[in-house]
Design a protein around this ligand. Sequence first.
Ligand code: NAP
Length: 284
Amino acid sequence: MTARLLDGKAAAREIYERIAADVAARVAKGGSRPKLATVVVGDDPASAQYVRMKQANAKNVGIDSEDHHLPAATTTEQLLELVESLNRDESVSGILVQQPAPRHIDMTRVITALDPGKDVDGAHPFNAGMLALGFEGGIEPCTPAGIVALLERAGVPIEGANAVVVGRSNLVGKPTAFLLLRRHATVTICHTRTTDLASHSRSADILVAAAGKANLITKEMVKPGAAVIDVGTNWVNGKQVGDLGPGVADVAGWLTPNPGGVGPMTRAMLIKNTFEAEVRRTGG
Ligand code: NAP
């Protein structure tokens, strides 16, 4: 392997240390302690596990958390009632509705019902719109913000770089593209209807693989020296793998491990967003 590692665990640790100090200082001055409310619908073990990890991360920096685990048969209306009560709850700084939710849940209604100031995954159209328009002051989605933070921490040049994002979801692909565009990369977004994905990926100085398809990006599809971010989470024979095929580490200049790259940064950004949401909500 020749690529330099974009170490998500180390980068996340630095963020947690900063936030823990900020929370302690805030509480010592008599300020409110931030609280993260997580909502999981259904019995997906991965979702339950992600939420447990997010709560542990919150606790470790002094942020309170509460989990609302609803049965799979919960209706959209029932979920909306919970979201609205969390919106009104003065003790709650941020709300995360873990995705994917069961198919019968209308996530568009749920996301648009969130108080944009408590929307700590930056999914509400207000926050998404702020990002798309290049305005400051919205909440940035956790995974995309974590990706960009990893690139910046490593000093990967973004301005003027050719960035290719594989995936166009509202959660990952599109907001990652907008964050890179905001930093003056030239951005291409690829998806399942893209013809000749390899011709795009080979032009990328920064390649973000967020398709959720194991082995989608082979080493032949990577420009030598590129920064490659492996977002995908796939399970192959009980083992977590990303979207990259074997040998990419020998071609890339920088690479995120998977696991240990984007995942830890996603959670760190959630904790950061929760702290900042509380600071904004309380006026300081
Ligand atoms: P998603 O909603 O399923 O979107 C996947 C995107 O990839 C779609 O836009 C799809 O194109 C595109 N795609 C799929 N197969 C492709 C192919 N063969 N060629 C080109 N494009 C392809 O998933 P997501 O929520 O964006 O998440 C993407 C992956 O990242 C998943 O594996 C997810 O588990 C993982 N993830 C990881 C973290 C983390 O913290 N590590 C966080 C979030 C997500 P179409 O739009 O044309 O269908």
